[in-house]
Design a protein. Structure first.
Length: 920
């Protein structure tokens, strides 16, 4: 209810009496326009109604956003006469007369006068529940599905059919289903379960206190009003998401039961309280804009991604009001006057608000009661509201009937301004953007890596080019130098030749001069002068040339020297580099060796710490529960059994017996005719075998052979169990392990395993085999004689103790294999894998029972250490388990071991790379 008149448009404010309302309920079959209305159908057909979300922030009303006027619609429903009325009032006519086709109701004032009222719909006593739903509630439900708030409310005197109209479940007769059930059916049929959701809360308002009908302990819920949007909610109420009709009906039933209980406790009737069902429908708007973007990263799709999807949040409120009759002020129900006032408070406040709204008053007293605060949006607000007023036919209640009708008439004058509740779904946008961001980061990283690789490649290439060019240049320089030297030597030769020629010529001329006398003197003199000049010139040239030659030679020498120096330093550098390389190689080799040693030590440490843990646990837990590694618990178990069987006194007497009778005698009793004696004897032997000091004696005396015989010859499960326990104890020593094998123990244990039903027998047998699995020398034989298969066969018994022993055996076996493969004595894949153990291992790798899970994690690590297993492990899904162990295992040592095995296997690394799982 808006406290101002802002949302009302003020039309149709005249008296409704005999006025035709703006629009009438129309043909129920065309449901979308049925309840109402021109205004309803007109807003629906308007394609471009502006949405508050497009122009303004969600929830902040824009000044002229898409509000559509919608008057509160009111239907009147007449209940048929009940049996009491049929009998008591049979002589009287009904106080009302309905004219459904005119949508009018005539109310008898007295015998001669009546008033006529017009409603949006007049529903006779024959109106079906289906029709009532279709004309009253269906248009509201459709609006809610479109993102509007909606209210359906029933008002009337107690017993006139409010609950019948709203809350009937119709389980016996589907035709009886009321508005709540039908509304949910329509909602569930309309929404898409992937993108939309429906949640409900169900509460009761009594004496201004709101109780949660889905959680009775929650009996004082407060109302919250969002100061920004004006939305009213009950944040304290239990909200249940509805996925199917059945669960909703279940919820209504639960609510009804709690309502009954609450009212009994408060000593009230449900007719005094208001029941409020709230249905929140959240739908994502499908359309071009909000469609999820395609995978390619184009700009347009990026932009599209940045548009948040739009959600519409409609809320349907169904209110089954308290009976409208006035409570007797004297407190006939045992209430004081104050209580009576309080009981009536909400309903009378509702009446006052509706009066004020109908009269267009400035002040609407919304805050006077919790009911009016809750219904603030339903009257004078933004919701589509439909009210059904229920009346009875009896003239005895004419007063109440009249006031009910007047209430309905006034409500018809209330105008709401319907407003769509749409907002951006920023959460889902942010989720989507997060994913995209992750993708982009990964892509960026990939590109950066490629870029760096490319730069590295180019750098190497460039260096190669440079060194080639340098070499070429040096070669060319050398060649050029040689050429120069050659040319120089040649030109020198030429000059020398020329000089000697000149010298010769000069000598001849002098002789001629003496012979030819004075006449020739002047000419010869001139000639001589010029010759001398020439010689001087040549000599000068020669000097210059030789100077030049000397300097060139010097330079050449210099260069040669430098080259030599450079070559020498290069050689020394090269030798240094090769020395360093050798050192690095040695170091790497050393490191690898150390790493291998560390791995071996770590696995040993792991095993030891495991054993220590188990022992500690056993000591703490008094030996109950597990039979882990050492068979101490078997010992204590056999002892407990003995103690239980015979008591302390007898235990002492047994030791005495041992002394007096002697071991041989006791062992011979194992073959006694009498089963009881045999059982007793085997228990004694088992008890003795539990003590380490006795073990050697027992084996020497042939006890091990006798125990194995018992497995073969006896059919008694107790004997099997106790004998297997004793064998398991003896199987702790290496010598005994070999003896057991030599005497066909594996076959006997396997056979016992195959037939045993008792989990404790299986646990002992598995414990014995598990011990044998830890012996390096027996591996091949153990497997050849079916030991592994027998071990695996025992997982049919799901007892955790048995599974723990099986897992221990597998881990022991895998450890021996990995040891052998490290030492190079084993090639080829694991016999465990050959015998089909991998699927069980993978299945149970996640087993939370700690000894099982731990053993299996160890087994996986040991298997993974053998490269020959890698392909099978990948195929069998073990790689994932290893990755998980290396990341999530709570024990650091196992985590480290798994990580090491993963990173040291080329096959695993390739596969991880192929799957693009970053692992380093
Ligand atoms: P209210 O909730 O108004 O107090 P109820 O819905 O409990 O009234 O109805 C009182 C009794 O009348 C119930 O037994 C109900 O089954 C019966 N009743 C009410 N309306 C109808 C109807 N339209 N047809 C048949 N029985 C009805
Ligand atoms: Mg009722």
């Amino acid at each position: 209810m808006a406290s101002s008149g802002a949302f009302r448009n003020g039309t149709q404010k005249g008296a409704m009496k005999l006025d035709r309302p703006l629009s009438l309920f129309s043909n129920p079959k065309s449901s979308s326009s049925s309840f109402s209305s021109t205004s309803s159908s007109s807003f629906k057909s308007k394609p471009g109604v502006r949405r508050s979300s497009t122009g303004s922030l969600p929830g902040v009303p824009a000044k002229d956003d898409a509000s559509v006027s919608g008057r509160v619609r009111v239907a009147v429903r007449l209940r048929p006469r009940n049996s009491e009325e049929l009998e008591a009032d049979s002589d009287f006519a009904d106080c009302v007369e309905l004219q459904p086709e005119l949508k009018r109701l005539k109310l008898q004032k007295n015998n001669w006068d009546s008033d006529t009222y017009e409603f949006d719909e007049v529903l006779t006593e024959f109106a079906s529940q289906k029709r009532v739903y279709e004309v009253v509630a269906k248009p509201v439900v459709e609006s809610v599905l479109d993102g509007y708030n909606g209210t359906v409310m029933a008002y009337g005197q107690t017993g006139t059919g409010k609950t019948y109209t709203l809350g009937r479940l119709g389980e016996e007769d589907a035709a009886d289903r009321g508005i709540m059930v039908r509304a949910m059916e329509d909602i569930l049929a309309e929404i898409s379960p992937d993108t939309d959701s429906v949640c409900v809360s169900y509460s009761q308002l009594y004496m201004e206190t709101i109780q949660d009908l889905l959680d009775p302990a929650n009996d004082n819920i407060s109302i919250m009003e969002d100061p920004k949007t004006g939305d009213v909610s009950l944040p304290g109420a239990t909200v249940v998401e509805i996925r199917d009709q059945q669960s909703f009906v279940g919820l209504l039933k639960l609510g009804e039961a709690h309502r009954f209980a609450a009212n009994t406790k408060l000593n009230t009737e449900s007719s005094r309280s208001h029941a409020i069902l709230m249905v929140h429908v959240k739908r994502s708007v499908k359309g071009k804009d909000s469609a999820p973007s395609s995978e390619n990263g184009s700009m347009s799709s990026m932009l599209k991604t940045l548009k948040p999807p739009i959600v519409r949040k409609g809320k349907l409120v169904v209110v089954d009001l308290a009976g409208s009759e006035r409570i007797d002020k004297s407190g006939s129900e045992g209430h004081t006057l104050e209580e009576a006032k309080s009981i009536n408070l909400s309903l009378s406040a509702l009446g006052k608000c509706i009066n004020s709204l109908a009269e267009n008053s400035v002040h609407i007293p919304v805050r006077d009661s919790k009911l009016t605060r809750l219904l603030r949006d339903s009257f004078g607000g933004t919701a589509r509201t439909s009210l059904v007023v229920t009346i009875g036919p009896s003239p005895r209640h004419r007063g109440e009937t009249t006031s009910t009708i007047m209430f309905g008439q006034r409500a018809m004058k209330v105008e709401n301004m319907l407003k769509i509740k749409e907002e951006f779904d920023y959460k889902s946008l942010s989720r989507r953007l997060d994913i995209q961001l992750e993708k982009l980061i990964a892509e960026h990283e990939r590109r950066q890596k490629a870029f760096q690789d490319e730069i590295e490649r180019i750098t190497i290439e460039a260096q190669k080019h440079i060194s080639v060019a340098e070499r070429n240049y040096a070669d060319a320089l050398e060649k050029e130098k040689l050429n120069h030297q050659k040319e120089y030597v040649e030109s020198l030769k030429k000059l020398e030749e020329q000089w000697s020629k000149e010298q010769q010529k000069h000598g001849i001329t002098k002789i001629e001069l003496k012979d030819n006398g004075l006449i020739k003197t002047s000419r010869e003199e001139i000639h001589a002068v010029s010759s001398v000049e020439e010689i001087a010139e040549v000599e000068r040239l020669l000097q210059e040339e030789s100077l030049l030659r000397r300097s060139t030679e010097e330079e050449a020498n210099n260069l040669r020297h430098q080259l030599m120096l450079w070559k020498r330093s290069e050689a020394s550098r090269n030798s240094e580099i090769s020395k360093l390389q050798k050192l690095v190689e040695d170091e790497a080799h050393h490191k690898q060796k150390l790493e291998e040693e560390i791995a071996v030590l770590q696995s040993q440490l792991l095993q030891l710490s495991f054993e220590a843990d188990e022992t500690r646990r056993r000591i703490d837990g008094g030996g109950a529960g597990e039979v882990p590694n050492g068979l101490d618990s078997l010992i204590s178990q056999v002892r407990h059994q003995q103690l239980r069987d015979s008591g302390d006194g007898e235990k002492a007497s047994m030791a005495k017996l041992f002394e007096q009778v002697g071991l041989h005698k006791i062992l011979s009793l194992l073959e006694a005719e009498d089963v009881d004696i045999r059982v007793h004897a085997v228990k004694v032997v088992a008890n003795l075998a539990a003590e380490e000091t006795n073990q050697e004696k027992i084996v020497e005396a042939g006890g091990l052979t006798s125990l194995l015989m018992l497995l073969r010859s006896s059919k008694d499960e107790t004997i099997h169990r106790v004998a297997a326990g004793a064998i398991a104890n003896l199987a702790m020593s290496e010598t005994n392990q070999e003896l057991i094998m030599a005497q066909g123990g594996i076959q006997l244990l396997s056979m016992t395993a195959a037939y045993a039903e008792d989990s404790q027998t299986l646990r002992m047998v598995a414990g014995a085999i598990a011990n044998l699995c830890g012996n390096d020398k027996l591996q091949m034989r153990l497997r050849a004689e079916g030991g592994i298969k027998a071990l695996l066969g025992m997982v049919r018994c799901r007892h955790p103790d048995v599974l723990a022993q099986v897992a221990r055996g597998i881990a022991n076996f895998a450890k021996c294999e990995s040891r052998a493969s490290t030492q190079g004595t084993k090639i080829g894949k694991s016999l465990l894998i050959e015998d089909g153990a991998l699927p069980w291992i993978v299945q149970n790798a996640n087993n939370n029972a700690s000894p099982i899970g731990r053993h299996i994690e160890l087994a996986l690590c040991h298997l993974a250490k053998q490269e020959a297993n890698a392909k099978d492990m990948i195929g069998g899904g073990a790689l994932w388990e290893l990755v998980r162990i290396s990341r999530d295992c709570s024990r650091e040592d196992i985590r480290v071991l798994a990580h090491q095995t993963l990173t040291s296997s080329p096959t695993f690394l390739t596969e991880l790379k192929r799957l693009r799982i970053g692992y380093g």
